[in-house]
Design a protein around this ligand. Structure first.
Ligand code: ADP
Ligand code: MG
Length: 257
């Protein structure tokens, strides 16, 4: 049965999508069966996995509204080596439509239960908000991976996310925990980043992943070629860091089981 993780941080541009697709590709490289769920109407994880979001007949939107199953709506990304439940602009409407429906925050969880036997890992790329879509992700997951840049306001933003996760753990999903904080776009030459990184370790201890993702231009270029950086240039520093991170995730998860 798949272990299900949200990649979440309510801030935009912090590396959620880059983390989702590259962790997925890294896990696929080490032999894991992976499904990426794109929960962001921007569809960046879909495009970044080599799936054209404009050409999709069925997306995660249809799954949330229960007019399609995951088995019907998923796509295989041969380039990336994993399956994708895609998203496009249509998903923006789901936010409003779900409010009217019963079990509105449990829809993704129900759908994933029917597909969980096909995968070792499900990675959910969340939008930059604590919305009904993110809530569906967090209600489905065993854990949350939080990518973060080691910048001045990073710790402050984390408090809101940690409190939200605590509330969901208490009220809606007792399985939910933070699996770890992932330092991304890291530049060790910047003193402030080193300081924030040290603060993070002092405050969150073992919750901080050992792997660190450097700022690396190959990771930023890869989406325009429709593939994760791990596939686009597997020898780059960024790709190597994500492959190490995938191995660290496999270890953490086997300790969870
Ligand atoms: P989010 O999904 O949180 O909005 P993205 O993953 O889309 O964030 O990243 C935001 C921008 O930063 C993108 O242009 C992406 O290519 C770039 N980026 C992300 N991680 C790295 C990295 N490690 N090195 C260089 N650029 C990165
Ligand atoms: Mg994103």
């Amino acid at each position: 049965m798949a272990k299900i993780f949200c990649v979440a941080n309510q801030k935009g541009g912090v590396g959620k999508t880059t983390t989702t697709v590259n962790l997925a590709a890294g896990l696929a490289k080490v032999g894991q069966r992976v499904l990426v769920v794109d929960l962001d109407p921007q569809g960046n994880a879909t495009m970044g996995s080599g799936i054209d979001k404009r050409a999709l007949a069925l997306t995660v939107y249809d799954v949330l509204l229960e007019s399609a199953t995951i088995a019907e709506a998923r796509q295989r990304s041969e380039a990336a080596g994993y399956d994708v439940l895609g998203a496009n602009r249509e998903l923006a409407g789901a936010e409003v439509e779900l409010v009217e429906l019963d079990r509105r925050e449990q829809r993704l969880k129900t759908a994933l239960a029917a597909a969980a036997a096909d995968y070792d890992f499900v990675l959910i790329d969340c939008p930059p908000s604590l919305s009904m879509l993110t809530l569906n992700g967090l209600c489905s997951a065993h854990g949350v991976v939080v990518p973060m840049q080691c910048e001045y306001f990073a710790l402050e933003g984390l408090t809101d996310l940690v409190n939200t996760i605590k509330q969901i753990h208490a009220n809606l999903n007792p399985d939910l925990q933070i699996i770890g904080l992932l330092r991304v776009m890291f530049d060790p030459r910047i003193t402030l980043q080193q300081q924030v990184s040290e603060q993070l370790k002092a405050h969150f201890g073992e919750k901080v992943f050992d792997s660190v993702i450097p700022r690396n231009v190959r990771l930023a270029e890869a989406p325009s070629y429709g593939m994760p950086g791990v596939v686009f240039d597997g020898a780059s520093k960024g790709a190597q860091a994500f492959i190490d991170f995938a191995k660290e995730m496999v270890q953490r998860v086997s300790a969870m089981r």
